[in-house]
Design a protein around this ligand. Structure first.
Ligand SMILES: [Zn+2]
Length: 578
């Protein structure tokens, strides 16, 4: 990974606007010193996501995610760190010095060229669709009722029959051929390079950032395979991608509605009927990573399956994969379509409005689908009930939410009539919830005190004496606390923002620092009172831990002084009527 000088990162952040970056995805409104909105990282009905325009730092009081603009671009938009740096630098008109760039340039420049050739390929395929050779594909799309804007917006295209389309578009030289092979558009055979996609209707596949990373190609007429995707490349990882993710993400969040369908045409048919809420896996069974993404976007996704046997099997596989990720807050549902129909065919018959009603009214809760699946799987009679109990036990073992697991267990026991063995949920997956684990627990006074300091780091210079020894018993916080003072003491700190710099230097604490910054403003008088409380608590701790008599007397005296000062503050407060 590239190493960027800290001063450069500071400059880029100072000249970027985090509000603008976040406002692309979140409707923000003013609240006190900050802007607030609905969190894009978890699902909520009342806003707990706060952005400090002053410090350029966001924090969600619901799920604990926080950080600066680089982190938002990484966590939300899927940028790599160096990409986030390059992106914001370019936007701010800051030149990244040559020697820094050198380390990423070979890799970075190559990637840029690869993404650009994929983008150009998509455009060329779209052009071919509207050319004479694309007439068959065009007719097919017309029969399926896809309007021109869907064809354009989703980058549909055509690759002509025979070999040589890529050569005609990009020329024929060693460099270009190697590049086209890397991005999965050419393959190398015995007789040289050949086009991977020939005589196919093409679907452009984009990553989370909306960059073209690969393609799906559907045969027109007879032929095998019916769908051919790009091979795995450095850019195209089938198991991580969802079709139409970047196109639909914001609409899904806004409407709080998401439907998972099986094919590209289903997604597009939904979009053509005003339902830009469809996602699909890329021709393979939906995997855990994809389900995780789906739950991040929406609490109530509808998984839509064909009503036939294959559809039920696909539903069961999806259910098995989602068990470890289920939580009581999530309510996925399963919709089985009438036998012989798919979303595309139904939408053509009944239109978007009726289909949307289906999504809302006919989809079954995931628990009901589970019981139904178990019954079908186990069969009849006493043996059937035993098989059902056994299978239920095994599946419950993969669940991680203890409450939900209990509820499901009770239901399976009720249906099978057999008490199940499973009592404890699987070890909680740390990946999903690691951001909820606080670095260390602070009490309310410590929390507000740190908020007061981070919100106005000038206050650091007013701390002396006992205040310099706070948090002695909390080593990891202590490191950060001391570092804040040494930054303050540095001559050139007048120009830098200490809170922002701490976030950079203590990446593991950035959620916490972001939380302090986005807390309701700590006014001067509250801060003064907190400082007194901090010292008083510190003294009480020391007395509790044991001190000699002389020290004790001294500390008691100081404690009384602090209490008197606190009293004075309270009187001031009531006099000002605040
Ligand atoms: Zn959140």
């Amino acid at each position: 990974m590239a190493h960027f000088p800290p001063s450069l990162l500071d400059e880029i952040l100072a000249r970027s606007d985090i509000i603008e970056i976040i406002a692309r995805h979140v409707a923000l409104k003013k609240s006190g010193a900050n802007m607030i909105g609905l969190c894009p990282f978890h699902h909520e009905k009342t806003p707990s996501f706060s952005v400090s325009a002053d410090k350029q730092i966001y924090y969600c009081f619901g799920c604990g995610q926080g950080g600066n603009a680089f982190k938002f671009l990484r966590e939300h938009d899927g940028y790599a760190f160096h990409e986030a740096v390059e992106y914001l630098a370019e936007k701010a008109g800051i030149q990244i010095p040559q020697d820094t760039e050198q380390q990423t340039s070979d890799n970075g420049q190559q990637k840029k060229r690869d993404y650009s050739i994929l983008e150009s390929a998509s455009a060329a395929m779209n052009k071919a669709l509207h050319s004479e050779s694309g007439i068959k594909a065009c007719n097919y799309l017309e029969r399926r009722g896809l309007p021109a804007e869907v064809i354009r917006d989703y980058g549909l295209g055509y690759t002509p029959a025979g070999y040589g389309f890529m050569k005609r578009v990009f020329g024929d030289n060693a460099t270009v051929n190697t590049q086209l092979e890397t991005v999965g558009l050419l393959f190398k055979g015995e007789h040289g390079y050949g086009d991977r996609f020939r005589d196919r209707l093409m679907f452009t596949i984009r990553d989370r950032r909306g960059r073209v990373v690969g393609f799906g190609g559907r045969v027109l007429g007879e032929g095998e395979p019916k769908y051919l995707n790009s091979a795995e490349t450095p850019y195209f990882h089938k198991s991580e991608l969802l079709y139409a993710y970047s196109e639909h993400r914001d609409t899904i969040r806004k409407r709080k509605q998401l439907v998972v369908v099986e094919g590209y045409m289903d997604v597009l048919a939904l979009a053509a009927h005003g339902l830009k809420i469809g996602l699909a896996s890329l021709g393979t069974a939906i995997g855990e990573r994809q389900i995780r993404e789906i739950f991040r976007l929406c609490e109530t996704p509808v998984f839509c399956f064909d009503g036939d046997r294959a559809g039920r099997q696909a539903a069961w596989r999806a259910l098995e994969r989602m068990l470890p990720l289920l939580k009581a807050e999530l309510t996925p549902t399963f919709l089985y379509l009438p036998d012989g129909e798919d979303p595309d065919s139904l939408l053509q018959q009944e239109g978007g409005e009726i289909f949307n009603k289906r999504l809302q009214n006919d989809a079954k809760p995931v628990l009901e689908s589970w019981i139904l699946g178990l019954k079908l799987l186990a069969g009849q009679g006493a043996e059937g009930r035993a098989r059902m109990a056994k299978k239920a036990d095994a599946m419950l073992a993969t669940m991680t939410d203890p409450y939900l697991m209990q509820a499901w267990k009770q239901e399976a026991e009720r249906i099978s009539g057999i008490p199940l063995q499973r009592r404890r949920p699987a070890v909680k997956s740390t990946e999903a919830d690691s951001h909820l684990v606080p670095g260390f627990i602070l009490n309310a006074i410590e929390e507000r005190f740190m908020a007061g300091l981070m919100q106005d780091t000038q206050r650091l210079s007013q701390i002396s004496g006992a205040g310099l020894d706070f948090f002695i018993d909390k080593p990891s916080l202590r490191a950060l606390y001391s570092r804040a003072f040494s930054m303050q003491a540095d001559a050139d700190t007048q120009t830098i923002d200490i809170a922002r710099q701490l976030i950079r230097e203590f990446p593991e604490d950035q959620n916490m620092i972001s939380r302090w910054i986005n807390q309701p403003t700590v006014q001067d008088i509250e801060y003064k009172s907190l400082l007194l409380d901090m010292e008083a608590n510190d003294i009480k701790n020391r007395i509790r831990q044991g001190v000699n008599l002389g020290e004790s007397v001294q500390l008691q005296t100081r404690l009384r002084e602090l209490q008197a000062e606190q009293q004075t503050l309270k009187e001031q407060l009531s006099n000002t009527g605040a």
